[in-house]
Design a protein. Structure first.
Ligand code: S3P
Length: 450
């Protein structure tokens, strides 16, 4: 679905203490990569705990269109039979990615070295996002951009070179999607493709490529810059994958439990990869009571069980160096900061302007509409909090087809004096379809606006 469904306003009211166990669905980044790499590798890949949100289901459809055979067994485990590296089929139709930047950009990289036409389409949010960051390195590898909308936006049609050229590419902005796209393009390229990554971003592509048998090495130089080399045209072999709970979805429940007085919520099996835990580090600095227990390794990734107890928070300065490890969490951090004592200042957050929406603008307008004091610069953001939420709420928030804006403001409403309405709850299904029922089960007062 691409959100042509009529908008569905949702409201959240001031809620009583949340309590219980919150099982969070699978990590979105790992889910996309499981389907993409499973669909490419030889033999069978099984995936348990796959996030069955709309974004990932678009990746499933795209992998099928490229020749993968994908089913679910009676226990809900996904069975993916891939084409073999280098053997993807030419798609017969445009590839529809809905709202998903990750699905679109990773598959664009993968297909950028195939000698056929592929066309990429998406919803109005995805169609407004920059694709030059993927098309520029692909052009260097010999890919022809047959068609694109102004400013290299979707719809885009590409045609890979029959003889792709390996590149050494320095990623110009901190972006796991760009890094991953170039590495995936390297899989069907003779020789060694190198990505130079000055600021480390989530490393699931590197880890999973190694798991599937790619010849990949990572070297970190004395300046902390990562050099990731992948040798093309090797064999990839199907894997057994268990997807851990998504820390970027857990973030909403963590903050809800912190800001609603008297709450205590357990969240088992959350991914704790250090490239993803910046929000937890920040909340701990703000004084949050988050117990992290049973740290263990599952499927090559660190996971842990969290217990979150409502806490008095204080404002902090969030250093720019941390932004890559919490890039999707700034909207919900802004909600936590709304209930903190003193200002919270977020450095180096300019990338938020090119997410599913311009998230700095969307958060600023939403907070203003609900009586929260904030200030916004081109690449910084500040929230001046007030612990009791007195006077907060009463506004309607424009979500701009952005799931994280919708969820963040519903959490704001649960701790505000007056209710908060989001203009459209449909986008929540892209990443966290269980969000509303789960919060109701924990005791939140939330539902379709009347
Ligand atoms: C993702 C990378 C990040 C993140 C997105 C998922 C990924 O995007 O915001 O939700 O799975 O690689 P950028 O690469 O644009 O920072």
């Amino acid at each position: 679905m691409s959100h042509h469904a009529p908008a569905k306003p949702v409201s959240a009211n001031r809620s009583n203490a949340l309590a219980g166990i919150a099982k969070i669905p699978g990590d979105k980044s790992i889910s996309h990569r499981s389907i993409l790499l499973g669909g490419l590798a030889s033999g069978l890949t099984t995936v348990s705990g796959l996030l069955e949100g709309e974004d990932v289901l678009h990746s499933v459809d795209v992998a099928r269109a490229l020749g993968a055979v994908i089913d679910q067994d009676a226990d809900g485990v996904w069975q993916v039979r891939g084409t073999g590296n280098g053997a993807l089929l030419e798609p017969e139709q445009p590839l529809q990615f809905g709202n998903s930047g990750t699905g679109c950009r990773l598959f664009m990289g993968l297909l950028g070295t195939y000698d056929f036409d592929s066309t990429f389409i998406g919803d109005p949010s995805l169609s407004s996002r920059p694709m030059a960051r993927i098309l520029d390195p692909l052009r260097l590898m010999g890919c022809q951009v047959v068609e694109s909308s102004s400013g290299d936006r979707l719809p885009v049609t590409i045609h890979g070179s029959p003889m792709a050229t390996p590149v050494q590419y320095r990623v110009p902005m901190p972006s796991a999607q760009v890094k991953s796209a170039v590495l995936l393009a390297g899989l069907n390229t003779p020789g060694i493709t190198t990505v130079i990554e000055p600021v480390m971003t989530r490393d699931h592509t590197e880890k999973m490529l190694t798991g599937f048998g790619a010849a990949l090495e990572v070297e970190t130089d004395q300046d902390g810059v990562r050099h990731i080399r992948v040798e093309g045209q090797g064999q990839l072999t199907g894997q057994k994958i268990e997807v851990p709970s998504d820390p970027s979805s857990a973030a909403f429940i963590i903050v809800a439990a912190l800001v609603i007085p008297g709450s205590k919520v357990e969240i088992p099996g959350v991914l704790m990869n250090p490239t993803r835990t910046g929000l937890i580090a920040t909340l701990l600095e703000m004084g949050a009571d988050i117990a992290i227990e049973n740290r263990r390794i599952s499927g090559g990734e660190e996971i842990a069980d969290l217990t979150v107890t409502s806490s008095e928070l204080k404002g902090v300065r969030v250093p720019g160096e941390r932004s890559a490890s919490m890039i999707d969490e700034y909207p919900i951090l802004s909600v936590a900061a709304s209930f903190a004592n003193g200002p919270t200042y977020m450095e180096d957050v300019g990338e938020l302007r090119v997410k599913e929406s311009d998230r700095l603008a969307a958060v600023a307008r939403g907070l203003e509409a609900n009586g929260v004091d904030c200030a916004e610069g081109e690449d910084w953001f500040e929230v001046k909090g007030r612990p009791d939420g007195k006077g907060y709420g009463g506004g309607t928030v424009q979500t701009h087809l952005d799931h994280r804006i919708a969820m963040s403001f519903l959490i704001l409403g649960m701790a505000s004096e007056k209710s908060v309405t989001v203009d459209d709850g449909n986008p929540i299904a892209t990443s966290f379809p269980e969000f509303l029922p789960l919060l109701k089960q924990l005791g939140a007062s939330i539902g379709e606006a009347t």
